[in-house]
Design a protein. Structure first.
Length: 307
């Protein structure tokens, strides 16, 4: 690989050297490299980019060396931050009940509950921003307001990335997408508006309201139903079913298809078993949705490694 003569060439070579790595890690590496190189350039006025790159080649490293450092550091950090994995279970029964010991299950549970609040906020922010931008379009403040709104969308993308990584365990960017700060302002604005991730983030914010509602319902309804069934024996013991009240025949009756009868301990035991398995099925569903949403967030919020 030839020695880069400009910072842009250096970044292209670094991207090529990181080919195949996680797109979120590539975005962070490019941001860090550009930040460092342009800071060095600003501290050495009168020095060309080619001279600068030759001078710091030994201190910062060639693109291939920096890429290797990032790959090894990523593995080290990932091992340090990774939640302890539950002991692998070989049997189907062990895998079915082992979901309760998986940290990703509980991370997904809390994320799905939080998604209702974040979904309302993101949707309101996106709709309000777009509506006000359209309303201000005929005024002199229209363009600046729209650009500030789009910049806030990119900022919220980074915030959501941290939430997703923290709760769902999906590697997300820890730095914003890099930009060439020495480019004219209009070119940087054009780059932001033509970046597909800017609009993908806006789409993500709009989707979060229906997704947040669906996630909240999928957590609360089956979990509440399973807990209610699990507490059936306790309810029977304390007469929560109203036995002796003035319902049918003076007592509550149930019909499971075998004829009406007064619920007893056999019914309570059956409902407890149903609630027990329903709870674990719900946890499996929650973990699967967490994985699905993590993949969706990575697809819409992370700058592609090929761009």
């Amino acid at each position: 690989m030839t020695t880069p003569r400009t910072i842009e060439e250096y970044l292209k070579q670094l991207r090529a050297a990181l080919a195949g790595a996680d797109p979120a890690m590539i975005q962070d590496a490019l941001y860090d490299a550009e930040e460092h190189l342009r800071s060095e350039l600003a501290e050495n006025p009168g020095t060309s980019e080619a001279e600068l790159l030759e001078k710091i080649a030994t201190s910062y490293g060639a693109p291939e060396e920096v890429a290797e450092i990032y790959r090894s550091t990523e593995q080290t950090v990932a091992r340090a931050l990774r939640s302890p994995r539950p002991q692998p279970r070989r049997s189907s029964i062990g895998r079915f009940f082992g979901v309760i010991a998986d940290p990703h299950t509980w991370g997904a549970l809390f994320y799905m509950l939080l998604a209702l609040a974040t979904g309302i906020f993101y949707f309101t922010w996106a709709v309000t921003g777009l509506s006000m931008s359209a309303g201000f379009a005929v005024l002199i403040i229209g363009a600046p307001f729209f650009l500030l709104f789009m910049a806030s969308v990119r900022g919220l993308s980074l915030l959501e990335s941290r939430i997703v990584e923290g709760m769902l365990g999906v590697r997300m960017p820890r730095r914003p997408p890099y930009t060439e700060r020495d480019r004219p302002l209009l070119q940087r604005i054009a780059a932001m508006l033509t970046d597909v991730r800017t609009w993908a983030t806006l789409l993500y914010m709009l989707l979060m309201l229906p997704l947040g509602i669906a996630y909240f319902v999928l957590v609360v309804v089956p979990t509440s139903a399973s807990l209610a069934l699990l507490l059936t024996p306790l309810g029977l013991a304390f007469n929560f079913f109203g036995l002796g009240s003035d319902f049918v025949g003076g007592r509550v009756t149930v019909d499971w298809g075998f004829g009406p009868h007064i619920p007893g301990w056999g019914d309570a035991a059956a409902m407890f078993v149903v609630g027990f398995f329903l709870l674990f099925l719900t946890l499996h569903l929650i973990r699967a949705i967490g994985r699905m949403h993590g993949a969706l967030a990575k697809h819409l919020l992370v700058k592609s490694a090929r761009v």
